[in-house]
Ligand binder design. Structure first.
Ligand code: ADP
Length: 155
């Protein structure tokens, strides 16, 4: 059995919260593909190349974590790459409501792709890319919320 999960997101930027989800999912899967979906209307603060490079740096010590980008539907990417699991994280009931909708649609259009949701650990529930961007805008030190490998870029 070779279990691969796709962890899709914007990662604008990747945070310690994202990293924690992947690290906790590693014992459950043989491979995890962390993928930036660049299809949505969402306007990102950081360029795609930079977000990609930061994800690569964050997981460089893990041989079974790969990084990718895709356009189009997440489930199409799963089918093209023979990926059977979608990994997501929830921090709150708001996150849950969103993931419930997303999971339902994905199940309708791709019933063979199973969504696996991990609950954020309490110490990570307040950490989000949005919060990091907001703090950065006001010149606040955000290094504690970023993966150690990229902290020096935010000195
Ligand atoms: P999206 O734009 O698809 O929501 P994000 O990059 O914001 O992409 O998040 C990707 C996934 O990681 C989502 O399932 C989100 O809920 C989850 N996530 C983000 N931050 C955390 C965190 N601190 N703890 C747990 N899960 C998180």
């Amino acid at each position: 059995m070779n279990r691969t999960a796709l962890y899709p997101g914007s990662f604008d930027p990747i945070t310690t919260g994202h990293v924690h989800i992947v690290e906790r999912a590693l014992p459950l899967f043989d491979h995890i593909v962390v993928a930036i979906g660049s299809n949505t209307q969402k306007k990102c603060r950081f360029p795609l190349e930079q977000r990609l490079r930061w994800i690569e740096a964050a997981f460089s010590q893990y041989k079974n974590v790969e990084v990718a980008t895709y356009e189009g539907l997440t489930t199409d990417f799963c089918h093209e790459h023979h990926i059977d699991y979608l990994l997501r994280g929830v921090r709150s009931t708001t996150d849950y409501a969103y993931e419930e909708q997303l999971g339902a649609i994905n199940r309708l259009i791709a019933p063979n792709v199973e969504t696996v949701i991990l609950m954020a650990a309490p110490e990570y529930t307040a950490i989000s890319s949005t919060m990091v961007r907001e703090l950065l805008a006001f010149g606040h030190d955000v290094r504690a919320y970023l993966p150690p490998a990229i902290r020096n870029e935010f000195d």
